[in-house]
Design a protein around this ligand. Structure first.
Ligand code: ATP
Length: 211
């Protein structure tokens, strides 16, 4: 039996007085991978940002391991890795500095771990280049390298597959599979067809074919 990590109750959100989504109820358990599906503009990013605690403009309740997120915010943030589709990679910093800086905000940075994560993300030889001099896919890999350093039980990933090549997609799928196998949970959006089994789909927008 899976234990519930994150529960959403009656989530409602409006943009410019127009309801984006309403009455959303779901439970994300350990070992589960959820895909939020729907057409462009339906509210997928908005929902992920709500779940990640980055958008307070909603009604309803979020529970982390049974406790209201607003009461256990620090604990929730410590258990969460959020990767937005705007990946948060600083173009003036090197690949190494970006990842080490990210790690240092959570734990003392360990240079060897950072180097290994960059290598795992396919960036060997590019560690000391400013991100501005990397390709779009390589910049995305700098952000994705965080996944190799993260032991957070909940990953929320917005369009994580954007700009990366087939090899990186396969590696990312393997990482996600490992995360859920280890008892974590993943919530993501992607317009990419996932080669993963057991994906649960929450579709926003009526009549959208999420296949
Ligand atoms: N900062 C903002 N202020 C006002 N409206 C916004 C803002 N961000 C997004 N929206 C609106 O909210 C709606 C949902 O946007 P959102 O980015 O959540 O959609 P999405 O489903 O993720 O789309 P896509 O598949 O194109 O990424 C859109 O109509 C968009 O115009």
């Amino acid at each position: 039996m899976t234990s519930t990590l994150l529960e959403a109750r009656q989530i409602h959100c409006e943009r410019d007085d127009r309801p984006l989504f309403s009455g959303l109820d779901f439970r994300v358990g350990s070992g589960e991978l959820w895909r939020i599906a729907g057409p462009n503009g339906v509210g997928k990013t908005t929902l992920l940002r709500i779940l990640a605690g980055l958008n307070p403009a909603f009604e309803g309740e979020l529970l982390w391991q049974g406790e209201p997120v607003h009461r256990v915010r620090t604990q929730y943030q410590a258990n969460l890795l959020f990767l937005g589709h705007n990946a948060g990679v600083s173009s003036s910093l090197t690949a190494y500095e970006n990842l080490a800086g990210w790690q240092a905000m959570r734990t003392p940075a360990v240079p060897e771990q950072v180097m290994v994560a960059l290598a795992d993300a396919g960036l060997s030889g590019y560690e000391d280049l400013p991100a501005a001099q990397l390709s779009a896919g390589q910049q995305r890999r700098v952000a994705l390298a965080r996944l190799y350093l993260s032991s957070a039980p909940l990953w929320i990933l917005d369009e994580a597959f954007t700009a990366v090549d087939r090899e990186a997609v396969a590696q990312l799928e393997a990482l996600l599979a490992n995360r859920v196998r280890a008892g974590g949970a993943v919530i993501l959006t992607t317009h990419h067809r996932l080669a993963l089994e057991g994906v649960q789909v929450l579709t926003l927008g009526e009549g959208y074919d999420a296949v």
